[in-house]
Design a protein around this ligand. Structure first.
Ligand code: SAM
Length: 250
């Protein structure tokens, strides 16, 4: 950690700064620079069903990480707020892991690469350090469009998180998250508990269960827009199954 911070501090230009930073998202920056993200979401953008023109609308990107989706919503004209935890200490660690993370000060500044990308793009996205569990309309207001990608699988309490997301949504939710087709059975609400020890993945719900969470959190017009698989640069060549769910809040 200290080494990568030192490398970032010494970077003389954007290319060096990008090289010295670690990237979850593949983001196109000025000067033909493309960050080496663990994931490349660019081919997925057209399948998310975002309105082409979001001018005059407020959008929220929950769990923004390096900001790929926040910058995409801003590109479509939205006034964007992006939230994520301030430090990896804020993740839903199982108790045993939490003790190690806290005792050995293993927290990571989650927003460092976001800031590199934001500055390079000249973006006005406002990043607010805030756990999904603390989303509050009295603090952030409400949003016409809320996007939450690949977050629920990392949470111990996904339904509670969706209720907090519902509390700040005034019109539309776009949710992209993991499901397990092998346990999907029409009409059944099935879910596999993984327990958070492997890569902080707590749950693998069936598609029906994923959609039911959204309904149970108070959303309406819940619709599965598409399903896809997404590979990482490092492992899992096929990638988990994920679904894009649209829903409304009135
Ligand atoms: C797998 S990444 C997904 C990044 C991005 N949303 C996307 O779809 O590409 C998971 C993200 O969830 C964030 N996260 C984990 N726990 C969180 C919490 N309690 N509140 C807000 N964000 C959280 C992580 O910091 C990370 O940015």
């Amino acid at each position: 950690l200290a080494t990568s911070r030192r490398k970032r501090d010494k970077a003389a230009n954007l290319a060096e700064l990008v090289e010295a930073s670690s990237w979850y998202h593949t983001i196109e920056l000025p000067g033909g620079i493309v960050t080496k993200g663990a994931y490349d979401h660019r081919p997925l953008v057209q399948h998310m069903g975002f309105p082409e023109n979001l001018t005059g609308q407020r959008a929220l990107d929950v769990a923004t990480f390096d900001g790929f989706w926040a910058f995409e919503l801003e590109r479509r004209g939205a006034d964007v707020v992006a939230v994520d935890v301030e430090d990896a200490i804020g993740y839903d660690w199982p108790t045993g892991v939490r003790e190690i993370v806290e005792n050995e000060h293993l927290g990571v500044d989650v927003g460092a690469s976001f800031e590199v990308a934001r500055a390079a793009l000249g973006s006005k996205v406002r990043r607010v350090p805030c756990s999904v569990y603390r989303l509050d309309p009295d603090e952030l207001g409400k949003f016409d469009l809320v996007f939450a990608g690949d977050l629920l699988l990392h949470l111990e309490r996904p339904l509670e998180a969706l209720r907090r997301i519902r509390s700040v949504t005034s019109a539309k939710l776009v949710l992209a998250d993991r499901y397990d087709p092998s346990i999907s059975r029409r009409g059944s609400r099935l879910i596999r508990y993984e327990g958070g020890w492997q890569g902080l993945e707590w749950w693998a719900p069936s598609l029906e269960t994923l959609a039911q969470w959204v309904i149970d959190a108070g959303f309406e017009d819940v619709e599965v827009k598409c399903v896809y698989q997404l590979a990482t640069r490092f492992s899992d060549p096929a990638g988990w199954h994920r679904a894009v769910i649209h829903a409304s809040a009135y």
